[in-house]
Write a protein that binds this ligand. Structure first.
Ligand code: UT7
Length: 326
């Protein structure tokens, strides 16, 4: 029986033009640049223009990823898009992306795991490829969180932002599991639905027939994030017989610099192995990991052959990790 592994052959990113600074936010709610930077590490974030939809961001990031992989629309046979801010309740935003990119083969669907969405989407596409059901997948994380923020709530509106990132995964025949060969080595997903009410949106089609606004018990989420992200990272390394010292890079979910630093410290990882974009991206939910990955690939930090660990945690709770040899 053939064994396939997923090779990550392209990355792409898109950020809306509009930059919203902490100073500007301080004119709208009772906050300060100093508080936001000290508690989160965020200095500025990007916000989608009026009329600019999640699909617009996703399409731009997906195009960039396809260009970097050197593939065309005819090559793609799967689109998995992670988003908690779809254009519409249905159809899936992935199908709008599919149409705009001129892709007509295979499946296109959305995944909803909030900030862990990209890791969930990557795991899903990787499993399609391993099963021999897909040869070339576009995996996208795209969000317009600005649309579900309560702009009068200083505890949340200073944190989240808009953006999109994407990768291309391509099937390659493999003889077995080898952590030195290129590809997705393993993915690890978790959820704990008992924590629904710590991070949620207070609306939805079935409950209120409204979109709702994001609500978060920040301190509680912080506590769970630090524990769960360190645990899932250890799980991913152990599953491959590797240790933190083997990692070239960690690309964490960009929620808060204090969570990122604490997790890295727990793993004994030096800060210069950690990709951080939270200072200029804010928390872009499902887009945060692929945006950070694309930035570090584009500026030459992450190179072919590097061992990269991606991890994320979000509403649900959901959390997960993916270990990839680039
Ligand atoms: O992406 C999904 C996962 N999400 C996360 O990982 C987010 C996790 N949580 C966090 O990142 C942090 O908990 C926050 C950044 C949300 C908050 O930081 P914190 O150090 O946990 O602050 P806190 O919630 O304990 O609030 C401390 C104080 C409070 O005032 P009192 O009660 O001490 O008087 C807040 O009301 O800071 C106040 N505060 C603010 N002050 C100025 C809360 N938001 C703001 C603000 N500006 N924007």
């Amino acid at each position: 029986m053939s064994i396939f592994r997923s090779i990550l052959t392209g990355t792409g990113a898109y950020l809306p033009d509009r930059v919203l600074t902490n100073a500007e936010l301080a004119t709208k709610v009772d906050t300060s640049d100093a508080w936001i930077q000290e508690r989160t590490g965020i200095k500025s974030r990007h916000i989608a223009a009026d009329g600019q939809l999640t699909s617009d961001l996703a399409i731009a990031a997906a195009r960039a990823a396809m260009d970097s992989a050197g593939i065309s629309a005819a090559d793609v046979d799967l689109i998995v898009q992670a988003t908690a801010t779809p254009d519409q309740t249905f159809p899936a935003t992935a199908t709008r992306v599919q149409a705009a990119l001129g892709i007509t083969r295979g499946a296109a669907f959305d995944i909803q795991a909030v900030c862990s969405g990209f890791v969930y989407a990557l795991a899903t596409a990787d499993n399609f490829i391993r099963a021999g059901q897909s040869k070339c997948a576009l995996v996208i994380g795209a969000e317009t969180f600005s649309r579900i923020l309560d702009w009068t709530d200083r505890t949340t509106c200073v944190l989240f932002a808009d953006g999109a990132g994407a990768v291309v995964l391509q099937a390659e025949a493999a003889s077995g599991h080898d952590s030195n060969s290129r590809g997705v080595l393993s993915t690890h997903l978790h959820a704990d639905g008992r924590c629904n009410d710590l991070l949620y949106v207070d609306g939805g089609p079935s409950s209120t027939q409204t979109v709702g606004h994001l609500r978060m018990a920040g301190r509680e989420v912080f506590r769970h994030a630090v524990t769960n992200l360190a645990a899932v990272t250890h799980e991913a390394l152990a599953a491959n017989g590797l240790s933190a010292a083997d990692l070239d890079w960690i690309v964490p979910h960009q929620a808060n610099i204090r969570i990122i630093d604490t997790t890295a410290r727990k793993l004994g990882l030096s800060p210069d192995k950690v990709v951080t974009t939270v200072d200029h991206h804010g928390n872009t939910s499902a887009a945060s990991v692929p945006l950070a990955l694309a930035e570090a690939v584009a500026d030459g930090r992450i190179r072919r052959g590097d061992l990269v660990l991606m991890e994320a945690m979000g509403g649900g709770f959901t959390w997960g990790a993916a270990l990839v040899r680039m």
